[in-house]
Design a protein around this ligand. Structure first.
Ligand code: C2E
Ligand code: MG
Length: 416
């Protein structure tokens, strides 16, 4: 196909556009050539736009002008507004390294944009076609992946990014094939170690990427807009378990189900949840929803409306991960939680030093004064239980009693 050079150009900054990158990479791949690609991703341009309140400060053209001084214009591609890709055919490994070091150094320096000086944070990623990048999709995945400014360096390399791509594929496949299993971890009253209930924790059963913890794949599912499918699956499993009557026969008072805040804020969420639970004929009081509030403060009002509806309908409510970066006093004020779950890091911190102990003790006192019950997660040793006994918490959860296990194994454990 013959196409005009104009169609390949990003007219504003005079480098190749996304379509040109797609065509040229496709050619390289079909000819089985080996070509180094350097990705330059500016990760703080949104911040600069916010600081200047204007789009006049043109980060892209400043970057393009600089890159034209280190490589030839027709080696530079601009697949999206914050990414440049340099096609380094005929460069050897050493030259690629030298070039990428030089670019990294320049980006960490001062840039005069408009009338002000800024530091542009950029991540420079060296890759090789076809070793690292085996398809045009791979290249666009690297180009379009958002790298958080706070990501540490082992989470900005090509291996990590391609691992994320694998996780994404596994999540999509698993949601489609319903490749999940619900594990249960028991919770106990501190007083007499009576069984209180259990937390339902999802596991992804995808062989191609091996075990991936929910801590890793849940945020990915949230980003892909697939979390609803997972949370619904877990809720249905839990409802079927409750409807079987087995939990009640084993004296379990409730089962805790984690909810993604993103899902809670969707229109029609409440009706959707009630619809699922009622279709199993399960009493609402047997379900406790755990919410980690990771939303911005401006959304507390909306979240509070949903949580109030859930409470009014007879469900109970826990705040998850209290004491981590996610939990926030405003969240506690805005929502009427029955139970606050203190994160394991607070318990483990209390064991390590007196300041940690002060934080744990004050947290427990504050939560009790607010009229909520306290559950502490991450209980692994008898010594920790002694600490918690002195503080007078209500419930315990942790590996000391049991790890999360598949339903049958969980039932054996609580029976014993
Ligand atoms: P979480 O809700 O805070 O769940 C508690 C996590 O702590 C679980 O990790 C559990 O295995 C772990 N844990 C409990 N006791 C101990 C202990 O004594 N020692 C240690 N080291 N760890 C302990 P898991 O199962 O990997 O889940 C991680 C997170 O993923 C959960 O944190 C929750 O936020 C999320 N998650 C799990 N299942 C679901 C789900 O169905 N839906 C949603 N939206 N999120 C889920
Ligand atoms: Mg939880």
């Amino acid at each position: 196909a013959v196409e005009s050079e104009d169609d390949r150009l990003d007219a504003d900054i005079n480098v190749y556009n996304r379509r040109a990158m797609q065509m040229d990479l496709h050619n390289i791949l079909t000819k089985h050539e080996t070509v180094p690609l350097i990705f330059v991703k500016v990760i703080n341009s949104h911040m600069i736009e916010r600081m200047t309140h204007s789009a006049n400060v043109d980060v892209s053209s400043a970057c393009a002008e600089y890159l034209k001084t280190v490589v030839l214009r027709y080696q530079i591609y601009h697949p999206n507004s914050t990414t440049f890709v340099l096609f380094c055919s005929n460069y050897n490994e050493e030259q690629v390294k030298e070039l990428s070091d030089k670019i990294s150094e320049r980006f960490n320096g001062i840039w005069a944009l408009g009338e002000t000086a800024y530091v542009l944070d950029a991540v420079v990623i060296n890759t090789m076609v076809p070793k690292d990048i085996q398809s045009v999709e791979d290249a666009f995945y690297v180009a379009d992946t958002v790298i958080q400014p706070e990501a540490n360096t082992d989470k900005t390399g090509i291996d990590w990014i391609m691992h994320c791509a694998d996780v994404e594929r596994a999540v999509r496949r698993s949601v489609y094939e319903k490749n999940f299993e619900v594990y249960y971890q028991p919770t106990y009253y501190l007083d007499g170690y009576r069984l209180h209930g259990a937390e339902a924790l999802v596991r992804m059963m995808d062989d191609s990427v091996g075990y991936i913890s929910p801590e890793e794949f849940i945020p990915v599912a949230e980003q892909l807009g697939l979390i609803e499918g997972i949370d619904d699956y877990v809720l249905r499993e839990v409802c079927a378990f409750l409807a079987s009557g087995v939990p009640k026969a084993r004296k379990m008072e409730c089962i805790n189900v984690n909810l993604s805040v993103i899902q809670c804020m969707r229109p029609g969420f409440f009706e959707h949840i009630v619809g699922i639970v009622d279709s199993y004929g399960v009493s609402h009081s047997l379900i406790n929803f755990e919410i980690t509030e990771s939303v911005g403060a401006e959304n507390y009002d909306r979240l509070a409306v949903v949580t109030r509806k859930l409470k009014d309908a007879g469900f109970s409510l826990s705040m998850d991960d209290f004491g981590t970066g996610y939990s926030n006093m405003e969240g506690i004020f805005a929502m009427n939680f029955d139970v606050i779950k203190i994160d394991k890091s607070l318990l483990w911190g209390a064991e390590k030093n007196p300041r940690g102990m002060t934080i744990l003790k004050s947290s427990v006192n504050m939560i009790r004064d607010l009229g909520c019950q306290v559950l502490v997660e991450g209980v692994e040793t008898a010594a920790q239980i002694e600490i918690l006994r002195d503080l007078g918490v209500d419930f315990l959860q942790g590996f000391y009693f049991s790890e999360p296990e598949p339903k049958e194994r969980f039932l054996e454990i609580i029976a014993s």
